[in-house]
Write a protein that binds this ligand. Structure first.
Ligand code: SAM
Length: 263
């Protein structure tokens, strides 16, 4: 029973108890009775219980076997419980009726890895409403040349419009985390923010550009295996200055860089 369940730190369990934050998260998902929703880490069901009466189907992934068993016992017809690690499970197989909305109060220790997986599976999701540690939220909303701007920012903003739903203090949870949190809404764009011909290659270029933040773009890309001749060709074609640092490039500049490098 969840009443006897002691929060497990290793699973990042900080359960939501603030009803205003729960309501704001659910409202941002704009749920309807035709919606298919995935929730990662339902825990004791703070968000789950609000969604079940509204949506057509809810898939939940919970790593904690005790909490998953408790949710399974309810035998709710429009809910499928997947017990396991969201990072390892095959989302493609599991989510066979896209588009989905993804709603989650994510465990903070795996939020970056989950985000990269979500970006790889963006075709499955039309809207994501997610709780993050505020520092991660700052990174996802960041502008070029700020210290928060990084590969996660570029990859997220390429495909999604990112906005803050609500800033969340530690008191909204039991037990209380040490950090501020925020709920973000990521809405998939009809078109990516810039023209990207090969998303995997674009991701490789972006990650290489941010791999060593104090180095120039030239150094970062040479370290990643690109040649001086390739970079000279890009400068000849586009005028891009490789003496700049990766974090000064906008998304359209990264897209242009990747397109020319790919040729
Ligand atoms: N949604 C609940 C709430 O808002 O009260 C619980 C949120 S709690 C921050 C994170 C939840 O994710 C916990 O239930 C935890 O057991 C689960 N979890 C942690 N790591 C996970 C993983 N790798 N895959 C699936 N669930 C995970």
């Amino acid at each position: 029973m969840t009443a006897n369940h002691r929060p497990r730190k290793r699973f990042g369990q900080n359960f939501l108890k603030d009803q205003n934050v729960i309501a704001a998260t659910i409202a941002a998902a704009e749920l309807s009775d035709t919606d298919h929703v995935l929730e990662i880490g339902p825990g004791r069901g703070a968000l789950t219980d609000r969604m079940l009466p509204v949506v057509e189907h809810l898939d939940i992934i919970e790593i904690d076997r005790d909490l998953a068993a408790h949710l399974q016992e309810r035998q709710t017809p429009n809910m499928t419980v997947h017990v396991g690690d969201a990072l390892r499970l095959n989302w493609e197989k599991m989510l066979s009726a896209p588009p989905y909305k993804l709603v989650a109060n994510l465990p903070y220790n795996i939020s970056s890895q989950i985000l990269f997986k979500m970006i790889d599976h963006r075709h499955l999701f039309e809207r994501m409403v997610l709780m993050f540690q505020k520092e991660v939220g700052d990174r996802l909303r960041a502008e070029p040349s700020s210290k928060e701007y990084g590969s996660l920012t570029v990859l997220c903003q390429l495909w999604f419009d990112v906005s803050r739903v609500v800033l969340v203090p530690p008191t909204a949870f039991y037990p209380q985390p040490k950090v501020m949190s925020e709920v973000l809404c990521l809405k998939r764009r009809a078109q990516p923010r810039a023209e990207v011909t090969d998303p995997a290659f674009f991701g490789r270029v972006v990650k290489a550009a941010f791999a060593q933040r104090r180095k120039t773009l030239r150094n970062c890309l040479i370290t990643a295996g690109f040649t001086a001749e390739q970079l000279e060709q890009v400068t000849a074609d586009t005028g891009l200055d490789f003496g700049r640092r990766g974090e000064t490039l906008g998304i359209d500049e990264f897209a242009q860089l990747a397109r020319v490098l790919a040729n």
